[in-house]
Design a protein around this ligand. Structure first.
Ligand SMILES: Cc1cc2nc3c(=O)[nH]c(=O)nc-3n(C[C@H](O)[C@H](O)[C@H](O)COP(=O)(O)O)c2cc1C
Length: 229
């Protein structure tokens, strides 16, 4: 196994902890080589049975971007009925302009038929193809971050709209619309945390000991308890 120098370890964690979901982009173009490196990172992701179910549609046409923004806006308004009062206002203020402003949006798709009927490991849990595609997306997010490029994930859309706009066949899943570009404002905290929508949960409450619901005692949680006493 490759061993890491301390500074290299720190660099990996720096990317993991500081990567953010970004909504606001400058219109400046991104170098094509950087996009290619980001897609190579995606393509290096793990996948069930090594099926590599992903494709990447690179969208830089203003007409397509406008239509995607329309589809996302329509869905955002439709979803707003699930929220009331302050939450509704906050939900409606989530921006979809990123889709129009960012120089490119990449639609990442998943082909469930790739590799035929019997992909190793996918027989028991069919969603493992989408899980594999999500691993590719996270690699893109981290690679974009180290390239100094911001990325935002938009999932408010009806798949049928996105299939129509991008001419995607019915058996292919449009998993994500990812806007990429430079930004002036790369936040330290998740935007939804700053907007008081949600806080990061305490990791120690999420780790169980041998069985569901049994808190795992470890040095970190014990120290926390001691501090509270
Ligand atoms: C599967 C998935 C779908 C998401 N869809 C949206 C979306 O439609 N709109 C949006 O504003 N953010 C979306 N996000 C971004 C999350 O809101 C964001 O990751 C979360 O608030 C944590 O912030 P961070 O990524 O900056 O750590 C999505 C993230 C994931 C993983």
């Amino acid at each position: 196994m490759i061993s890491f120098q301390q500074s290299e370890k720190e660099a990996v964690y720096k990317a993991i902890f500081n990567r953010r979901d970004i909504r606001q982009f400058l219109r400046d173009p991104i170098p094509e080589e950087a996009i290619y490196r980001i897609l190579e990172a995606a393509h290096a992701a793990p996948s069930v049975g090594f099926m590599q179910p992903w494709n990447f549609i690179i969208i830089d046409s203003d007409e397509k971007k406008e239509r995607l923004a329309w589809a996302a806006e329509k869905e955002r308004k439709a979803l707003a009925i699930h929220y009331e009062g302050e939450r509704e206002t906050k939900f409606l203020s989530l921006k979809v302009e990123g889709l129009k402003d960012a120089p490119i949006t990449i639609c990442v798709t998943c082909d469930p038929t790739r590799g035929g009927n019997h992909v190793l490991g996918r027989n028991s849990i069919p969603e493992t193809d989408i899980m594999s595609t999500s691993c590719a997306i996270q690699n893109m997010w981290l690679a974009a971050f180290v390239e100094g490029i911001a990325m935002g994930w938009v999932s408010f859309y009806k798949k049928s709209d996105v299939r129509d706009i991008l001419n995607i066949p019915p058996h292919i899943e449009p998993v994500a619309l990812l806007s990429l570009g430079y930004t002036e404002d790369y936040p330290k905290q998740p935007i939804l945390e700053t907007a008081n929508w949600e806080k990061r949960q305490d990791l120690t409450t999420l780790i169980f000991d041998n069985e569901w619901g049994i808190a795992k005692k470890n040095k970190i949680s014990e120290n926390k308890e001691a501090q509270l006493k």
